[in-house]
Design a protein around this ligand. Structure first.
Ligand code: NAP
Length: 251
């Protein structure tokens, strides 16, 4: 399975302390990568899980609500492991509110983390790899709301639709440097992000009923696609977003 081997690669994963980001850290460590976990709180649990599968973990503490932290992330990776080969833009936030009541402040909170930092961190990562003439992989964590409108989450939908487009736009410019930019669009996964709708029994059941595979997703469900898009197995896949949704979009 050499095609999927990540030995010697350095993978930066934002939002590494929990949920999908944590599962991706463990998956990459199992595939042999050194892990740089970016989070605004401690990543002790993720570090322990990575070390349990024989991986190395370095933490970069950063609040991704502002672009001011971006250089420290690339520097943190290079200082820890000597390179920055894989970037997973996973950190994201959601605010639920009727569109008619959304304030500009709340709108910007979501757009800053989910869209602005995704772009400028990708840019810094690409600059580093272009300068050093190294091939690299960027993986943007998109959403079903990269394709659909959603309910009461307009800023989230706008940002997740934006980063699907950005995935294509960056592929067009950076493929020439050996940088692949792809996305993963998770379906409904049981994490903090969906806590409120999981607790709303009617909503939980209504979603469940529409999923062809008849279950909500778990963070581990993302591991295969995440490894694929980070590895040589996907070297000719570029600008595309893979849905990992139990069939939701097929319905
Ligand atoms: P989660 O448990 O809420 O994880 C979100 C991660 O982003 C957390 O690590 C969170 O840190 C981090 N984050 C948010 N704002 C941040 C900030 N200002 N600075 C640093 N880190 C910040 O939910 P998840 O489901 O694993 O979400 C991961 C990604 O998947 C998100 O982009 C989400 O939109 C996307 N997604 C999730 C689903 C789903 O059904 N769960 C579906 C589609 C897409 P804290 O723990 O400190 O808040």
């Amino acid at each position: 399975m050499k095609l999927f081997d990540l030995t010697g690669k350095t993978a930066i994963i934002t939002g590494a302390n929990t949920g999908l980001g944590q599962a991706i850290c463990v998956a990459y460590a199992e595939a042999g990568a050194n892990i740089v976990g970016v989070a605004r709180r401690d990543c002790e649990e993720t570090k322990a899980l990575v070390e349990k599968v024989g991986g190395k973990f370095a933490e970069v503490r950063a609040d991704l609500s502002s672009t001011s932290v971006i250089n420290s992330i690339i520097e943190g990776a290079v200082n820890a492991f000597g390179s920055a080969d894989i970037l997973v833009n996973n950190a994201g936030m959601i605010l639920r509110c009727d569109a008619i009541d959304v304030t500009e402040e709340d709108w910007m909170k979501v757009i800053n983390v989910n869209e602005n930092v995704v772009f400028f961190l990708s840019q810094a990562f690409a600059k580093y790899n272009i300068l050093n003439k190294r091939p690299a992989k960027i993986i943007n964590i998109c959403s079903m709301l990269s394709y659909q409108g959603g309910i009461r989450v307009p800023a989230y939908t706008a940002s997740k639709s934006a980063i699907l487009g950005l995935t294509r736009a960056l592929c067009n410019e950076w493929a020439q440097y050996g940088i692949n930019v792809n996305g993963i669009a998770p379906g409904y996964m049981e994490t903090n992000n969906t806590k409120q709708i999981q607790e709303d029994k009617d909503r939980y059941e209504a979603i469940l009923e529409r999923i062809p595979q008849a279950r909500w997703g778990k963070p581990e469900d993302l591991m295969g696609a995440a490894i694929f898009l980070a590895s040589d197995a996907s070297n000719y896949v570029n600008g595309f977003t893979i849905a990992v949704d139990g069939g939701w979009l097929a319905r």
